[in-house]
Write a protein that binds this ligand. Structure first.
Ligand SMILES: Cc1cc2nc3c(=O)[nH]c(=O)nc-3n(C[C@H](O)[C@H](O)[C@H](O)COP(=O)(O)OP(=O)(O)OC[C@H]3O[C@@H](n4cnc5c(N)ncnc54)[C@H](O)[C@@H]3O)c2cc1C
Length: 406
């Protein structure tokens, strides 16, 4: 067993972990763990995009869309924080060098997804997550205060006197590490690896939730699991390939085996999923179809090049024919309960990203809200840690944060 000493230890190198690290002061020594290689995180897979508050006139509509999709079970305060902080996060990403699609006049181009009343989603082709994650990663790698250990798994947290004092981890070689740290951040992503059919990486098995439960740290809504309506149907084993909701936002429609539409494709995910499952049952089939017949060719090739290529690989040319789709596990709305600053119920232990539950998504996540939520609340954790270290009062933290973000 080896002892290591850091100011902050972060389990997880997806957008949540990376952005938390980038928002911590450079005087802090930070250790980041990744269960496998750095590519294997869901952040790399996000296709559709990331929401932003376009302007003040969109606030009520964005708020209502998020609440309606979440069946009004969302924590309103968290929704407000996320929406109000969105422009700052997008500007930050642009400053880091993320290449969002732009209009000819240089302004940001917005796409639309299901259950959004208007286009408000920034995107980079159909690989927005990869664009954001690789950009953040390149900046983290330049930080001399951050060390990344790949193939190293958090197995437990260290607790002393009711406070978290770090985490235990296991390396690829089987060596046990005790990483002692003033603050610990769990950013271990979703739970899709526990399912037979999921769009997630199989390594994402909700480790933070298990560890939290074992230590009596509060969990929330562990049964709120989102099933994505449109994954490419395939008999091949492995991760389900997603056909982004923004495809439907751009005009792709769902068809049954008689070639008929059976649902409004822009309804929230859980409603569309249910309609597909019922139609499959009625027809006694294993999949239904998605047709791009009404999506202009240039949009298919420019906005969805990777989806087009993947379908072609599987034998479906979206320019000429529909592709078979089936719902699969996709996202986890529940998780380790956190407050508005991503603090768990155990002192010095934070949770950010998909593994946490700050209540933003309620019972069902609105499309393209999760990258944004991960980034907004990861930054809040970083700012909170920084202020706690400096001994700042909470009210001071609030005003600093708003000055920086809004
Ligand atoms: C196919 C797909 C498409 C999506 N499209 C969109 C979209 O268009 N817009 C949107 O907003 N959201 C989208 N999402 C959701 C979004 O990508 C995720 O919710 C978000 O990226 C989660 O980020 P994260 O940092 O919490 O987790 P991840 O990016 O999954 O990172 C988890 C990290 O934790 C590490 N880890 C796990 N367990 C341990 C452990 N025990 N010890 C150490 N490390 C561990 C992993 O190695 C990994 O580095 C999509 C998701 C998928 C799967």
């Amino acid at each position: 067993m080896k002892n290591l000493y850091y100011d902050v230890v972060i389990a997880g190198c997806g957008v949540a972990g990376l952005y938390a690290a980038l928002n911590l002061p450079e005087e802090m020594n930070i250790l980041m763990l990744s269960k496998k290689d750095l590519e294997s995180c869901d952040s790399m897979l996000a296709q559709g995009g990331i929401c932003v508050l376009r302007d003040e006139s969109d606030y009520d509509s964005y708020f209502e869309d998020t609440m309606r999709a979440g069946h009004y079970e969302n924590r309103k305060e968290s929704v407000d924080i996320m929406i109000r902080s969105s422009r700052d996060v997008i500007n930050d990403l642009l400053n880091f060098g993320v290449r969002f699609a732009k209009n000819p006049d240089g302004s940001l181009a917005y796409t639309r997804e299901g259950a959004h009343s208007r286009p408000r989603i920034c995107f980079h082709e159909d690989i927005t997550g990869k664009e954001i994650t690789t950009t953040l990663l390149s900046h983290v790698k330049k930080c001399s205060n951050v060390t990344i250990l790949e193939y190293t798994t958090m197995t437990d947290i260290l607790v002393d006197g009711g406070k978290c004092t770090g985490m235990a981890a296991e390396t690829k070689e089987g060596e046990t590490l005790h990483i002692h740290a003033d603050n610990t951040i769990m950013a271990t992503g979703g739970i899709g690896g526990l399912y037979e059919h999921s769009t997630n990486f199989p390594i994402l098995t909700g480790d933070a939730c298990r560890i939290a439960k074992e230590h009596g740290v509060e969990l929330e809504h562990m049964d709120y699991v989102q099933i994505h309506p449109t994954c490419l149907y395939s008999k091949k084993p492995g991760r389900s390939f997603l056909i982004s909701e923004s495809a439907r936002g751009e005009g792709a429609v769902l068809l049954n085996h008689k070639g008929e539409r059976f649902v409004n494709e822009l309804l929230p995910r859980d409603v569309v999923t249910k309609a597909i499952q019922e139609e499959m049952k009625k027809e006694g089939v294993e999949y239904e179809w998605i047709s791009f017949a009404h999506v202009p060719k240039e949009i298919i090739l420019k906005h969805f090049p990777h989806i087009y290529e993947k379908c072609l690989e599987e034998g479906y040319d979206l320019l000429k024919e529909p592709a078979p789709i089936v719902p699969a596990q996709h996202y986890f709305m529940g998780g380790v309960h956190v407050n508005r600053d991503s603090a768990t119920t155990m002192p010095n232990l934070y949770a950010v990203g998909e593994t946490s539950c700050n209540g933003v998504h309620g019972k069902n996540r609105l499309a393209s809200n999760s990258l944004l939520e991960s980034l907004v609340f990861a930054k809040r954790a970083a700012v909170k840690i920084q202020n706690e270290e400096k001994g700042n009062e909470d009210h001071e933290f609030e005003s600093n944060y708003h000055a920086a973000c809004c």
